[in-house]
Write a protein that binds this ligand. Structure first.
Ligand SMILES: *[C@@H]1O[C@H](CO)[C@@H](O)[C@H](O)[C@H]1NC(C)=O
Ligand SMILES: *[C@@H]1O[C@H](CO)[C@@H](O)[C@H](O)[C@H]1NC(C)=O
Ligand SMILES: *[C@@H]1O[C@H](CO)[C@@H](O)[C@H](O)[C@H]1NC(C)=O
Ligand SMILES: *[C@@H]1O[C@H](CO)[C@@H](O)[C@H](O)[C@H]1NC(C)=O
Ligand SMILES: *[C@@H]1O[C@H](CO)[C@@H](O)[C@H](O)[C@H]1NC(C)=O
Ligand SMILES: *[C@@H]1O[C@H](CO)[C@@H](O)[C@H](O)[C@H]1NC(C)=O
Length: 439
């Protein structure tokens, strides 16, 4: 035990020494930025954030983490190792320092901030790692796509993001240790290729943004790209901006935003808002007060409980009568022909708006309401969630694309721009050309 302790102290001293030169550098900006990629090599599109990971102390490599605004903590594909300078770390794997079962973090994460799902088996209390014989800290992780549980091990991790002045990224901004879990590769079933982790951006005290001590404000701003072009990614900001998108070089994108309160729920780390009605061409479809509206970054299309879904589809059919119908394509029920007799039919459909508190309106225009399936068919991109779905409305990622949204955790508000395309810009218009600064 004493030997182990000595080893620890030595190791910590070594780590802090490594960081010392970096720690003296005070970044001039308090907002951070990461590129966001769209992945379409999966059943429905998914989005990841690109983060630099530090492993074996000195090696920095980028990795893609699935964006999950529900997850209680971060987890990724890695291996735990007590020795930070391992000769034994397999090639192309990340080897990371574990949290001990005796550490306070272990109890906290396990008892308060774990994945709460009845399908998860109880965690075993500790797990012995080969080598030093100390115990590590098992935690459950849940694959957001399959909802299946896997036991992972909590660790002390180092993730690095760049700062920004709102116009360009600056060089890497290191920050001290955070807690994330190492999961085996098998926990990432149905993930897109090259996505090797889950990024928690929820209300949990172990979500990513909670570790940015230097960020002036606890604000997340997310802009999902509609294209999978990796040279033109979308963007995630941590901090209060400003944020500038080409070609509006002098317009802070926050000037396009409307805000509505974020509602908290005791049984979830996710984000909820209140939708009073869905409005289509001046006709309001009222949403029952008890029907909750959840925001999701892992569901591709907005899901409506059957009673709401049917009323929306009925109304939408009525106002699009002139467009010839096509055979429905699962999971959609209302599809249109976009080519008739060899000529392209314009998809002139009315906006769908979510009417929120205080008369605010989140406008879902054609780019976010109609999903082009083939050259010949486009469908209303809303899905029937079933008669007993947990939430009345679950807003999915297709409706978020090219919309700039802000989770302001200081004021507990949700900001939204509606389609940036209407403002002649898009989520791919942040200038990722780095400006180098030396420590
Ligand atoms: C995988 O993702 C990383 C980080 O975004 C990137 O640097 C790398 O080029 C990607 N590899 C492939 C094969 O797409
Ligand atoms: C883990 O430890 C707690 C507290 O000591 C105990 O109540 C619980 O039964 C243990 N669980 C298992 C699976 O051993
Ligand atoms: C951070 O900026 C550097 C250039 O300064 C760049 O090489 C690196 O890829 C950026 N990291 C991420 C995760 O975007
Ligand atoms: C991807 O984005 C880059 C940078 O904006 C652009 O030059 C290129 O044409 C795009 N490629 C495709 C296939 O759209
Ligand atoms: C397509 O062509 C057929 C035969 O020429 C015609 O009967 C039909 O009305 C046309 N449909 C539309 C929607 O124009
Ligand atoms: C992106 O930023 C770089 C560095 O400031 C600048 O040289 C370039 O012109 C910018 N590109 C656009 C499209 O604004």
């Amino acid at each position: 035990m004493l030997l182990l302790l000595q080893f620890f102290v030595l190791l910590l001293a070594f780590i802090s020494q490594e960081y010392e030169s970096i720690a003296q550098y005070v970044p001039p900006y308090t907002t951070m930025v990461s590129p966001v990629h769209k992945h379409i090599d999966v059943a429905t599109p998914l989005y990841s954030v690109q983060i630099d990971t530090l492993w074996e102390i000195t090696r920095i490599t980028p990795a893609n983490f699935l964006i999950d605004i529900d997850a209680p903590f971060i987890w990724h594909d890695c291996i735990q190792q007590w020795n930070k300078r391992p000769v034994s770390c397999p090639m192309y794997r990340r080897c990371i320092f574990p949290v001990s079962c005796e550490d306070l973090q272990c109890t906290k994460v396990r008892s308060y901030y774990s994945y709460k799902n009845p399908s998860c088996p109880p965690e075993t209390n500790s797990s012995r790692l080969p080598g030093l014989g100390s115990c590590s800290c098992p935690v459950n992780v849940m694959n957001p796509l399959t909802k299946s549980c896997t036991q992972a091990l909590l660790n002390y991790d180092d993730l690095i993001v760049n700062t920004t002045n709102g116009r360009n990224p600056f060089n890497a901004f290191p920050f001290s240790t955070l807690n994330a879990a190492c999961a085996p590769s098998s926990a990432f079933k149905y993930f897109p290729a090259n996505v090797t982790g889950v990024m928690a951006l929820s209300l949990s005290p172990y979500a990513f943004q909670t570790f940015f001590k230097q960020a002036a404000k606890k604000i997340l701003a997310l802009c999902l790209p509609s294209s999978r072009n990796t040279s033109a990614p979308g963007v995630l900001f941590y901090g209060d901006g400003p944020y500038y998108f080409h070609p509006h070089s002098n317009v802070d994108i926050t000037s396009f935003l409307s805000y509505t309160p974020l509602l908290e729920r005791l049984d979830s780390f996710g984000y909820f808002i209140r939708v009073n009605a869905i409005v289509i061409k001046q006709r309001s479809i009222e949403i029952p007060t008890k029907a909750t509206t959840k925001l999701s970054t892992t569901k591709a299309y907005t899901t409506l409980r059957t009673d709401i879904y049917n009323r929306v589809v009925r109304r939408f059919s009525k106002v699009t009568k002139r467009i010839p119908l096509a055979k429905p394509v699962t999971p959609f029920k209302l599809c249109f022909r976009t080519f008739v007799n060899g000529t392209r039919v314009g998809l002139k459909v009315p906006d769908i708006s979510f009417s929120l508190q205080d008369g605010k309106k989140w406008i879902v225009s054609t780019a976010n309401s109609m999903k082009q399936i083939t050259k010949y068919v486009a469908c209303l991109a809303f899905v029937d969630g079933g008669a007993t779905s947990e939430h009345g409305i679950e807003i999915g990622t297709f409706q978020f694309e090219d919309n700039f949204v802000v989770f302001d955790l200081e004021k507990s508000t949700f900001g939204f721009s509606s389609s940036l395309l209407k403002k002649q810009t898009s989520c791919a218009n942040f200038n990722f050309t780095s400006i180098k600064r030396w420590y």
